[in-house]
Design a protein around this ligand. Structure first.
Ligand code: BG6
Length: 260
């Protein structure tokens, strides 16, 4: 079954039994924190590289580079994809005799430190409209999962005080343990559907990243809802979103048992 309605922004609960929510940028306002941590990490690296005879310094673009190469992907996949866009590669880890070698792991650790420092200092806020929608879905018996590439998923949910809202969590720690490929591969979403014991044909995916929307579509999910937090409505549609909303407050619930 495909639920497609491009004129109304509707979640039809007579045909949807489960909803899979991405976290960063959909549930919590942490997409911009990731983006800022990535910019600091890559800019330091690119500047060092240019000073030591590499290509001229061109900073990481907070909007374009983030959404094209990093957003929604696993930490190491984002690093490799961004470096590749600049014609660069790094080894995954340092050889034992040259521990000072710059690696994918070094950049990942730095970014993680910047991200955690920010969260520790300023905390995490969940989008009120998303939390309201989650409560309304729960009241109606819809099965719910949070699906995130982040290894910090559990800590971020805890910091926002919303760990107990979901039946299932599939995150970056699971992805590494189960060797699940990064979005845009649908593996994380399919794993969440499997754990919830629901079919993609009756499941909706809510995503703000281009890679995540593509993953939802490739997984054959009934309804892929793009959340446009970064003025990328057209690109979300291009990647396969059935509908795009700027806030989940504008999503209308329909179906036999739905009241306003
Ligand atoms: O570095 P972490 O916390 O494991 O997160 C990995 C990725 O998680 C995704 O949810 C974010 O969109 C990315 O920006 C981030 O890089």
């Amino acid at each position: 079954m495909t639920v497609r309605d491009t004129t109304r922004q509707v979640l039809p609960l007579d045909r949807i039994t489960a909803v899979l929510f991405d976290m960063d940028g959909v549930i919590t306002d942490t997409a911009s924190v990731h983006a800022a941590a990535w910019k600091r990490t890559f800019d330091e690296f690119l500047l060092d590289l240019s000073r030591s005879g590499g290509p001229p310094f061109r900073p990481f673009d907070l909007i374009e580079d983030y959404r094209r190469h990093v957003d929604g992907k696993a930490r190491t996949a984002g690093i490799r994809d961004f470096l590749a866009s600049r014609g660069l590669t790094l080894p995954d880890t340092a050889p034992p005799d040259r521990p000072e070698t710059m690696t994918v792991a070094t950049l990942g650790d730095r970014k993680d430190r910047y991200f955690k420092d920010y969260i520790d200092q300023y905390g995490v806020t969940a989008y009120p409209a998303t939390v309201r929608l989650i409560h309304r879905l729960r009241e109606r018996g819809i099965r719910l999962a949070v699906v995130s590439a982040s290894r910090n998923c559990a800590a971020v949910l805890r910091a926002a005080g919303i760990s107990d809202l979901f039946d299932v969590r599939v995150d970056g720690v699971d992805a590494a343990r189960l060797r699940l490929p990064s979005k845009p591969d649908p593996a994380l979403f399919l794993e969440a559907a499997r754990r919830l014991d629901v079919s993609p044909a009756t499941t909706a995916v809510v995503e703000d990243s281009l890679s995540g929307v593509e993953a939802g579509r490739r997984g054959g999910f009934a309804l892929v809802i793009g959340v446009d937090r970064a003025h990328q409505r057209a690109a979300l549609y291009e990647k396969g979103a059935h509908i795009v909303v700027s806030s989940l407050a504008s999503l209308e619930l329909t179906g036999a048992e739905v009241s306003p």
